[in-house]
Design a protein around this ligand. Structure first.
Ligand code: SF4
Length: 272
């Protein structure tokens, strides 16, 4: 009988972080805080993510033209803005009202583009398929597999063409076509977990780019599955104490681990 892994437990978020930078996995696994302070950009993204959860209700209820859609999205955003401090009391504790307001203004500025893209997808694919792809049958379900030594929480599960598939909400930029390579691997990791849970193949996932109102279907290949498994093994080694090399690219400048990561820093001197 196969034995389950006794290695450090891997989360899908570790795999996503590894793609961003393997060394970040090392710092986070040692208790360093990953997310920077809340600023207007982060608030904008939090608001747009929450707003996207109201799309199904809006699409179901509203007669579909650009004006109506914009109006309904604006009403929903105003409600989301009021609800946000109740939903995230720890994250938003002590945040200045000006920053909250700036986040709201930034999110509101995205609404015309979101409405236009939603409307064009509704015209192209039809209301029922869009509703099926957007409406969660479960929101943020916890998935885990001892065999894969992996756990994770998709933004939602939706039932599309009779199959339950994961859907990931992304609040950052959106590629011209398809999904970013990192989002493909994120989707593949969640698919592996859902297959382990349900015991049947899950052929695709959705990625919602909520700052643009775009929904993309991503079909997973064997090479994506292979990459998830390989990254999982690398993450296990990092969590067990292996420090990977520095990535050293332009994203290092924005990284909040930079002061600990550069050679000669007090943390690095403990290792070298
Ligand atoms: S500074 Fe660069 S190499 Fe170091 S953790 Fe950040 S992104 Fe990775």
């Amino acid at each position: 009988m196969p034995t389950e892994s006794t290695n450090p437990e891997i989360n899908v978020s570790d795999i996503v972080l590894y793609i961003n930078c393997p060394r970040k996995v090392y710092f986070v696994s040692r208790g360093f805080e990953l997310l920077p302070e809340i600023n207007a950009l982060r608030l904008e993204r939090m608001l747009l993510k929450e707003l996207s959860l109201t799309y199904p209700e809006i699409v179901k209820e509203c007669s579909l033209n650009a004006d109506n859609l914009c109006k309904e999205l604006e009403i929903s955003l105003a409600q989301t803005y009021r609800d946000l401090p109740i939903m995230f009391p720890r994250e938003l504790a002590g945040i200045a009202k000006e920053i909250l307001d700036e986040g709201e203004v930034r999110a509101r500025a995205k609404i015309p583009e979101i409405a236009a893209n939603l409307l064009s997808a509704l015209e192209e694919y039809g209301k029922d398929p869009m509703l099926a792809a957007l409406t969660p049958v479960k929101t943020e379900p916890f998935l885990s597999s001892g065999k894969l030594n992996l756990k994770g929480v998709p933004s939602k599960l939706v039932c599309f063409e009779g199959t339950q598939v994961p859907s990931i909400i992304k609040s950052g930029n959106c590629p011209e076509q398809g999904v970013w390579a990192s989002d493909r691997i994120h989707a593949a990791a969640l698919i592996l977990l859902l297959e382990a849970e349900n015991g049947k193949e899950v052929p695709f996932a959705f990625v919602e780019y909520v700052s643009f109102g775009l929904l993309r279907k991503v079909i997973i290949r064997s090479s994506d599955r292979r990459e998830v498994l390989q990254i999982g093994r690398n993450v296990e080694k990092i969590k067990a104490g292996f420090m990977p090399g520095r990535k050293e690219d332009k994203s290092c400048k924005e990284c909040n681990f930079l002061e600990h990561c550069i050679p000669g820093s007090s943390l690095m001197s403990k290792f070298f």
